[in-house]
Design a protein around this ligand. Structure first.
Ligand code: AMP
Ligand code: GLY
Length: 419
């Protein structure tokens, strides 16, 4: 088979790495890919959001399977466009990707079908939103409805701050049409767990649990990022909690999507918060998480291409998905200043040495390859994953590997996996 992976970050590197282990696959392309992916796949200079370009490329090169990884091409209907040309694609269609593309839609779905989540209201005018904010309890969560690169959520500690967030989203339109509506929701407290699940719309098979670290600095300080590190499994996601989620969250969600005429096929990501009242959904993503993928896929025993095929053909129930009974930790090495302002173009040293240690995988997120050397090319630069028998051993191994890699102004959290 010839496989095309759409995207070019750490998640896509982990996907390409896993796909490259499939005996079904002869050739992998990745668009646009990155410096590290280039060792395993032919990188194609197409933007991940270029729907027409991706369809043309797939037709011309007779691609057997396209894996659409990022949120924006899914929301733009890339899977629909590929399927319309008879090209097999893994990922939800546009009408199902809306579960991530519109928070108002996702909240409405949960309310209608009784999936536990924070109570909320939706507004399409800033005046009404601000009227509602008067006399509320704080903190409160203010969210842009649409896709905003993970930056559309503000946890406001006061009325003034919440009003500021509403105005930034709706009046200044910093996220464009993603800010046509805002969702204002109850603030929940608890630990967050990410559950990614394969689903063909009928069967849902959750992957092993993981936890992300969204804030840029240690002890969850500083602004939100795309994710500074992950570990798997979660220490707090017990069998009982899993059974509760299966019955009250996972299965009801895919059934709800089918009943709404939006059958979800692909990976559905449940961003859960474990509150005193039980697990609740903070958000859905219509795709693999980044950097969750970098700790989950290395633990998957199956040929992932067989799973992708089973999802597309709606026979996921036939596959026995198995996981290694180990632990994985991924530490993100970022450019100093990320997620605000940062420089790129610095030479990266020590990747080979770090990878020499068994059980260490260096996934590239923002790198460029030039004359055999790697250079920084983004905010998140590398995700250094380590596998070990226990989480504590994996943490130690991951930081040992991180210590061998150098580039100017590197920033990483020192507390990944500790919580
Ligand atoms: P989201 O993109 O909706 O997952 O929000 C990003 C992050 O904001 C989450 O991972 C949480 O840390 C935080 N967050 C979102 N909604 C809430 C809420 N209702 N209560 C507390 N924290 C929240
Ligand atoms: N790690 C969070 C996300 O992929 O959205």
């Amino acid at each position: 088979m010839k496989v095309l992976v759409v995207g070019g970050g750490g998640r896509e590197h982990a996907l390409v790495w896993k796909i490259s282990g499939s005996p079904l696959v002869q050739k992998i392309y990745c668009a646009p890919g990155n410096g590290g992916i280039a060792a395993l796949a032919e990188c194609v200079p197409l933007k991940a959001t270029d729907v027409e370009g991706m369809v043309e490329f797939s037709k011309k090169n007779r691609i057997d399977l396209v894996v659409v990884a990022p949120d924006d091409p899914l929301a733009a209907g890339m899977v629909d466009a590929l399927e319309a040309q008879g090209i097999r694609a893994f990922g939800p269609r546009r009408n199902a990707a809306m579960i991530e593309g519109s928070k108002a839609f996702a909240k409405g779905l949960m309310r209608k079908y009784g999936v536990p989540t924070a109570s909320y209201e939706v507004f399409d005018s800033s005046e009404e939103a601000i009227q509602y904010l008067k006399g509320r309890n704080y903190p409160i969560a203010v969210k842009a409805d649409g896709l905003a690169l993970g930056k559309g959520v503000v946890i406001a500690d006061s009325f003034e701050q919440a009003c500021g967030a509403v105005k930034t989203i709706m009046d200044d339109r910093v996220f464009g049409s993603a800010g046509d509506k805002v969702v204002i929701e109850e603030f929940l407290t608890g630990q967050e767990v990410s559950i990614l699940a394969f689903t063909d719309g009928k069967t849902i098979v959750p992957m092993v649990s993981s936890q992300d670290h969204k804030r840029v600095f240690d002890n969850d300080q500083g602004p939100n990022t795309g994710g500074m590190g992950t570990f798997s499994p979660s220490r707090i996601y017990s069998r009982e909690i899993h059974e509760y989620c299966m019955e009250n969250i996972f299965t009801p969600t895919i059934d709800a999507m089918s009943r709404e005429g939006r059958k979800f096929k692909g990976v559905l990501y449940f961003g859960l918060i474990l509150t005193e009242e039980g697990p609740k959904v903070l958000e859905y993503n219509a795709r693999f998480g980044d950097p969750e993928t970098q700790v989950v896929l290395p633990r998957l025993k199956n040929d992932i291409v067989e799973i992708f095929n089973a999802v597309i053909d709606e026979r996921l129930h036939e596959i026995d998905i198995k996981w290694d009974d180990n632990a994985a930790v991924c530490v993100v090495m970022a450019s100093g200043g990320y997620p605000v302002e940062y420089a790129t173009g610095y030479e990266i040293e020590g990747i080979d040495e770090a990878e020499r240690e068994p059980g260490v995988l260096v996934f590239h997120a923002g790198t460029r390859l030039s004359d055999g050397k790697f250079y920084t090319a983004g905010g998140r630069v590398l995700g250094v994953t380590a596998l070990e028998n226990t989480l504590d051993a994996a943490i130690k191994k991951a930081y040992g590997a991180v210590g061998k890699i150098h580039f100017k102004d590197v920033h990483f959290r020192k507390d990944i996996g500790i919580k």
